[in-house]
Design a protein around this ligand. Sequence first.
Ligand code: FNR
Length: 393
Amino acid sequence: MDISRRDLIRSAGLLASAAVIGSTTAARAQTTPAAIAANINPLDLLDLTDFERAAKTVMQPMTWEYVSGAAADEITLRWNHEAYEKIRLMPRALVDVSQLDTRITLLGRELAFPILLAPTAYQKISHPDGELATVKGAGDANATMVLSSFSTVTLEEVAAAAQTPLWFQLYVQPDREFTRELVHRAETAGYQALVVTVDTPVLGPRYRELRAKFSPPERPNLRGLKGATGAQRPTEQSIFSAVLDPKLTWKDIEWLRSITKLPVLLKGIINPDDATRAVESGAAGILVSNHGARNLDTGPATIEALPRVIEKAGGKLPVLVDGGIRRGTDVLKALALGANAVLIGRPYVYGLAVDGARGVTRTVNILRRELEAAMALCGRTSIASIDRTVIWK
Ligand code: FNR
């Protein structure tokens, strides 16, 4: 038998993994087959960067390109995180930080900490259990998850598995009656808020996923949607998608509010004038987001847009932010600049790909502990005590 050196090394890795499984923690035994094949022990991964690196080796190349990629030249993708790196923090000494309280109240409910899971589509391409693993991981971390309309598990199945509150992200469909049904289903299943994505009348040009020949998997939440047989991703002939509505306007936000008792948050506000309109529209909250830089390239980093949005809307409704958050210090900076809470997207998908539900839990826990450490080192013992004086001027 012709066994190459690579096969031998690989088998040695697998045997080593098997030995670890046999001899040490049960936790290791739950590791995904992909992680074992890549000889990754998730317990060696200590921060979100470690998980990202591991995810690249574990994910199918096409999935990696889809998840990690962004629009056009990916300049805003870079800015989203770089902008956090440019903000400096002001430490504070000799404060009793033995008791830290990270609780917040959002939409009338208490959350244990101000980090939520942003909606991300098609999670079964990253892990066989997809959104069911994420909702388990979120529950074990005591985090709120926002489920995407483009989930690969029905919203009812995810709700049935949830241990913590869920919000539902809505892509308003060109078929408004279908949209009404979808909203009704989310309400009936117990979702506590509706997050309407308003930054995606069309998708941006995402060349990495195009080069990798990514095509979207089935979306069971949209089953029964008639007339959506056209192209779902942009082509050279047309930028429009059959499952996004380029006609969506402020009038539709009023309509949505009229058909649901759920609070309606607007996801994807960057322009301060839109923040003013959002307040007037009766929205229950604003999510400052550029869709993880996946649509418009060369727009500002979200943390740069946040203070301008807060100026128009802060105090009148909660303002959340996502995009580029990879460190507890990033969370602290967002809170210092006025955000009520933050969301993470790619990082927990990487956790999911590497280690299923446990990877999601660990991603959240790591970020949460980093936030606590940053609070302690800046002398802040509660979220309410975090203000602009945390920022070095
Ligand atoms: C997304 N995002 C997204 N947003 C949304 O409203 N509906 C969706 O279905 C998706 N799907 C989706 C898939 C993937 C793979 C990614 C990476 C992102 C955007 C997401 O909610 C969030 O705004 C960004 O991911 C935040 O940026 P970071 O944390 O990924 O840098």
